[in-house]
Design a protein. Structure first.
Length: 291
């Protein structure tokens, strides 16, 4: 393995997208010693992304999970407004923009043009084809999926998705980086929904059907899975946390790729149309006003 692909974290990492997931990824790399470049489309979005990172670092410090002062981490964070401004020295670029293949492809192609030949590009997609995204790149062997989970600092998992084009040494480097971030990695072949989204969405959709059929209340369905199967969070509460609109989009994609067993229930479609999106709107299968 070349020095560029050391299992030690890259000195400089770029993250495209400063929403909840992107900010969490930035926070984790900063906490583990890397410098980070956060790419956002506007000054306002960049400022909001930086504030999310700062708030996350402050919470981690309060909980005793950050050994250094948040200000020391933030000194290693810069924001830019275009993927073309990512420094050539960045060893890893993680794309964390919304689940639109065209948008992801565009920012990944721009990032590839900005960085050096040895850099690795990764997508945080939870369901889209890594191989199809690789098709827009001139160096597809340096590209793979690194699917982080929300909230990134607390989650223990990184799902590494290898496309047929991905070089084996890139997969091994990503495994080392996941461990250096304090995570456990799983490696899966590029397939619709990978391992986590495919199973998680299947469970979540069936739970929604149970609500639709009045089998049990959302609270009781979640409690059944938490206590009966030791799930840390029930499938409906998790759907609220992910966002009903996000879960609907993934379900529609999986239904198109894998068949009608992933067809979204009408209840899910209706709740999204009504703006009941879960935690981010304050109301989903649960009420989040006080959380």
């Amino acid at each position: 393995m070349s020095a560029t692909l050391s299992p030690a974290l890259p000195e400089t990492v770029a993250v495209i997208g400063g929403g909840t997931m992107g900010a969490g990824i930035v926070q984790q790399f900063l906490a583990c010693g890397s410098s980070a470049v956060l790419v956002e489309a506007t000054e306002e979005a960049a400022r909001a992304g930086r504030e999310r990172v700062a708030a996350g670092l402050a919470r981690a410090r309060e909980l005793g999970k950050l050994a250094v002062e948040p200000a020391d981490c933030l000194e290693r964070l810069v924001t830019v407004l275009d993927a073309a401004q990512i420094p050539a020295a960045a060893g890893l670029v993680v794309e964390a923009v919304p689940e639109r293949a065209d948008l992801k492809a565009a920012v990944l192609a721009a990032a590839e043009r900005a960085v050096g030949q040895g850099a690795v590009l990764a997508t945080n997609t939870s369901s889209l084809s890594v191989s199809e995204l690789a098709a827009v790149l001139s160096r597809p062997g340096r590209f793979l999926g690194m699917h982080f989970f929300n909230p990134v600092p607390a989650s223990k998992l990184v799902e590494i998705v290898r496309a047929p084009e991905t070089d084996p040494e890139v997969v091994e480097a990503a495994r080392g980086w996941a461990r250096a971030l304090g995570k456990t990695e799983v490696v899966v072949r590029d397939a619709p929904g990978f391992a986590t989204s495919r199973l998680g969405v299947a469970l979540g959709l069936e739970a929604i059907r149970m609500v639709e059929e009045e089998v049990a209340s959302p609270a009781d369905i979640d409690t059944a899975m938490e206590l009966g199967y030791r799930h840390p969070m029930g499938p409906l509460r998790l759907t609220d946390l992910v966002g009903l609109d996000v879960r609907l989009a993934i379900a529609e994609y999986l239904a198109a790729e894998l068949g009608e067993r992933f067809e979204p229930p009408q209840l899910l479609r209706r709740m999204v149309a009504e703006g009941r999106l879960g935690r981010k709107s304050g109301q989903g299968f649960h009420t989040w006003d006080e959380e």
